[in-house]
Design a protein around this ligand. Sequence first.
Ligand SMILES: [Zn+2]
Ligand SMILES: [Zn+2]
Length: 98
Amino acid sequence: MADSQTAKCDIHPDKPSMAQCTECQKNLCSLCILRTDDGAIVCEACSKQAEPVSVGEAPAKAKRGLPLIVQILLSIAVLGLLLVAVCFGLLYMMCGRK
Ligand SMILES: [Zn+2]
Ligand SMILES: [Zn+2]
């Protein structure tokens, strides 16, 4: 009878309101009540707004091609080549000085 006395959920008109959003004062039923990290009651929309936007989580490293093992092998190969070059250089110098 006095149905208008009972607050209804703003999103679910057939459900009684259990609480109000602390942000926008919407009536919320048990389905709609969400809590922030501080325990404040909020509606779904406000809980999304309250969430810290985590931008920049995208892995920028993923595109950097070569796997670590290849990089290691490459640097070993480069080091080896340098070593060989130095050895040849020394040999050449020693032979040239003679
Ligand atoms: Zn709200
Ligand atoms: Zn609801």
